[in-house]
Design a protein around this ligand. Structure first.
Ligand SMILES: [Zn+2]
Length: 287
């Protein structure tokens, strides 16, 4: 799933390729992809793109008509830039294609989504804040004013555990399952540590890990072609998705905790005092 660093890289890529150009067609190929109908998606045809911005994990294409095309790639969605789009309309319901945006120049991009759960979402709105997911977003962790005091204030009364809190878009925008694992590994903290229990020193470590992990990932992703972003993201991860591999810091075996629809990875030596966390799925099976 693309998170803040990948969406930031896509924002750069689209800024470079789209700004100043005119959109010829917006062609939905999957039924469920469009989440708004007024204004209709065709209202984005014929407009000139004036800017591309990121809000959390959302991409926002602004047009000279005042309209915005907002994209949320969700869990299995991706964006592919095409120097030359095929002629004709895409066939609805065939393959992973969800929506195609064609420019007058013949270039454009495809939004694709793998798997059977279709969550990729596209909105045409007059104001990005009309997208409920954007209206709910918490502060951006890479914003200039996101300092240590801001993080401390967010966590002060937070009753959830760190893993869940960091992933909540309304608390902090842009961090998902992968980077929350990476941030907690860099901060040497258990994913199950209670957010409100952090001492000022721990808050400092978490802040450094949050900014450092995301800044490094943004730097790595910048300038990487859209098609290679997914593998670039994967290669930069130290614990996420690496169950059974050695921790690059201490050599201990990376472990995993599974939930019904996701899993987290961590290093026991670096994060939980050497103690493996109970895997709820496994312990339920063993009962
Ligand atoms: Zn380790």
């Amino acid at each position: 799933m693309p998170e803040l660093p990948e969406v930031e890289a896509l924002t750069d890529l689209l800024t470079e390729h789209l700004v100043g150009l005119r959109v010829a067609r917006v062609l939905p190929a999957a039924v469920s992809v469009l989440k708004t109908y007024d204004p209709p998606v065709t209202a984005f045809e014929g407009v000139r793109v004036t800017g591309v911005r990121r809000h959390g994990k959302f991409l926002d294409l602004a047009a000279d008509s005042g309209l915005h095309l907002v994209i949320h790639l969700a869990r299995a969605g991706w964006l592919q830039w095409r120097d030359r789009l095929p002629d004709g309309r895409p066939k609805p319901g065939k393959g992973p294609l969800a929506l195609r945006v064609a420019l007058e120049t013949g270039e454009g991009f495809d939004l694709t989504e793998a798997g059977t759960q279709k969550r990729l979402a596209v909105y045409v709105v007059r104001d990005p804040a009309q997208v409920p997911g954007i209206a709910r977003l918490g502060p951006d962790p890479l914003a200039a004013d996101f300092d240590e005091a801001r993080l401390a204030a967010l966590l002060k009364d937070e009753r959830r555990r760190l893993k869940g809190a960091l992933r909540d878009q309304s608390l902090i925008a842009g961090v998902g399952n992968a980077y929350s694992d990476e941030i907690l590994h860099a901060a040497r903290m258990s994913p199950f540590k209670l957010a409100a229990s952090l001492t000022p020193e721990e808050t400092h470590h978490l802040y450094e890990a949050l900014r450092g992990t995301l800044t490094d990932a943004v730097e790595r992703s910048r300038g990487v072609a859209a098609g290679r972003l997914k593998s670039e993201k994967k290669s930069g991860l130290r614990v996420h998705g690496r169950t059974g591999e050695p921790c690059p810091v201490c050599g201990d075996t990376i472990r995993e905790v599974s939930f019904s629809d996701s899993s987290l990875q961590y290093c026991p030596t670096c994060q939980t005092g050497g103690k493996p966390l109970a895997d709820r799925r496994l312990s339920r099976l063993l009962k």
